[in-house]
Design a protein around this ligand. Structure first.
Ligand SMILES: Cc1cc2nc3c(=O)[nH]c(=O)nc-3n(C[C@H](O)[C@H](O)[C@H](O)COP(=O)(O)OP(=O)(O)OC[C@H]3O[C@@H](n4cnc5c(N)ncnc54)[C@H](O)[C@@H]3O)c2cc1C
Length: 398
């Protein structure tokens, strides 16, 4: 089958590698003139690693990554521990694959390098897809420069502001959540005495939370800080913010966090207003289909957006590989396979925002008390609670 993929992000490149793995002819169209990512980390959980293991590229993906020793939760201001639950060995034992933290740039570069090696000359850069048309036999995309390319199926992996989704379903109506996310990475040797632990650490508090973890073999610290505020609403990957503003947002919080902000180079401070989107009514239109953020954009409070795109990639390509079936049927089968899980992750991400931002003492005691108890008495309860997410193996579907 001739597979056209719009978007060379994590979802698009994963789908391209899956398409090659299942024996299809594939071309990726990426509108950026070069593959370049913002300075930010990502959590790469076991459910996504299973796809890379099936593709035989898990070592390449994880070579610059970092394994968290534990999941921790702390109070944002005092740093008082709520729980610490071991993770490194347990992830493999409980969920079958490791849990990694990775720099977005390393992740995209690794996927690009493998794709260019396995399928040379098939990544079109500077290729901005503006529309598509289809008939019974084929689907054709048009680039901004007027060039046209035809195939059997077109995958819209073009992210949260998807053009393919807009053609398919009309203009998107996102709802501002009232929260803004800060993202920054800082080399550990610039942090002096206040270095985040080599864990996934969640810092919780009134109307804000932070996540710290390490990247690049532990040499780089990553900070994501989410704060409830409604005075700024730019929905984009590459918006910069000022250090003073970030410090104001986390004023009085633990020095590990304020030191991270203080030490970040001004041109590495990104902020993103968080918008919520309801599940879409459908993901396909004839021979065109959506994947990743284009299909189910989600809030980042479960750290699963990219992981869902990777799971989608395997499931979609597996479905279109049923040769005896018309493409349209396969695309619907893919949606049936993925819709419930993606919607569940979307909903759980949304719910986590409330959990992380308890504003009253009572709310904090009611929410963090049971977490503290579970962490002390039976950490396996916390592990078990994540089985549905991290233990899932899309490559083992019947
Ligand atoms: C603060 C924050 C923290 C996060 N943390 C995590 C985490 O820890 N773990 C995790 O799994 N996820 C995380 N996510 C989510 C994750 O980053 C996204 O879900 C993921 O990048 C989606 O991948 P994608 O391939 O669908 O889209 P994208 O990564 O957005 O890629 C889309 C690509 O399509 C290209 N494109 C767009 N339009 C066109 C066009 N018309 N023609 C051609 N190309 C086009 C773009 O240039 C881009 O390269 C986080 C998100 C945020 C905001």
């Amino acid at each position: 089958m001739r597979v056209l993929i719009v978007g060379g992000g994590i979802g698009g490149l994963s789908a391209a590698l899956c398409a090659h793995h299942f024996g299809h002819h594939v071309t990726v169209f990426e509108k950026a003139a070069e593959i370049k990512e913002i300075g930010a980390g990502l959590q790469l959980p076991p459910n996504a690693m299973k796809v890379f293991e099936a593709l035989g590229i898990d070592d390449v993906i994880s070579q610059h990554a970092c394994q968290p020793e534990a999941i921790e939760a702390r109070m944002g201001k005092s740093g008082r521990p709520i729980f610490t639950i071991p993770l490194a060995r347990q992830a493999v034992e409980m969920w079958g694959s490791p849990y990694w933290h990775i720099h977005r740039a390393d992740y995209i570069q690794a996927l690009t390098d493998v794709f260019n090696r396995r399928v040379p000359q098939s990544l079109e850069l500077g290729a901005n897809v503006v529309t598509y048309k289809q008939d019974n036999d084929a689907i054709t995309l048009t680039l901004k420069d007027g060039r046209e390319f035809s195939g059997d199926v077109l995958i819209g992996a073009d992210g949260i502001k998807s053009q393919i989704r807009e053609i398919m379903l009309g203009v998107d109506k996102p709802v501002f959540t009232g929260s803004v996310a800060w993202r920054m990475v800082v080399p550990v040797d610039m942090l002096g005495d206040y270095v985040p632990n080599p864990t996934t650490c969640l810092w919780m508090g009134k109307k804000r939370h932070g996540i710290t973890y390490r990247l690049r073999g532990g040499k780089v610290a990553n900070f994501v800080g989410v704060v409830e505020r409604d005075d700024w609403q730019q929905d984009g990957w590459r918006e910069r913010g000022s250090r003073d503003e970030a410090l104001r947002d986390f004023e009085g919080w633990h020095p590990i966090l304020t030191n991270l902000i203080q030490s970040a180079k001004p041109d590495t401070l990104y902020r993103w207003a968080l918008f919520d989107r309801a599940p879409l009514p459908r993901w396909s239109d004839g021979r065109a289909v959506l994947l990743g953020d284009a299909a189910h954009p989600m809030l980042p409070f479960l750290a699963q957006g990219a992981a869902m795109a990777v799971e989608d990639a395997w499931a979609l390509i597996r479905e279109i590989s049923h040769a005896a079936r018309p493409v349209e049927h396969s695309l619907k089968a893919y949606q049936n396979l993925r819709y419930e899980r993606a919607s569940q992750v979307q909903a759980k991400s949304r719910a986590n925002m409330k959990t992380f931002h308890q504003s009253t003492w009572l709310g904090q005691i009611k929410t963090y008390g049971p977490m503290w108890l579970a962490g002390r008495v039976m950490p396996s309860i916390v592990h078990k609670g994540m089985d549905w997410l991290y233990g899932y193996d899309v490559t083992q579907l019947d």
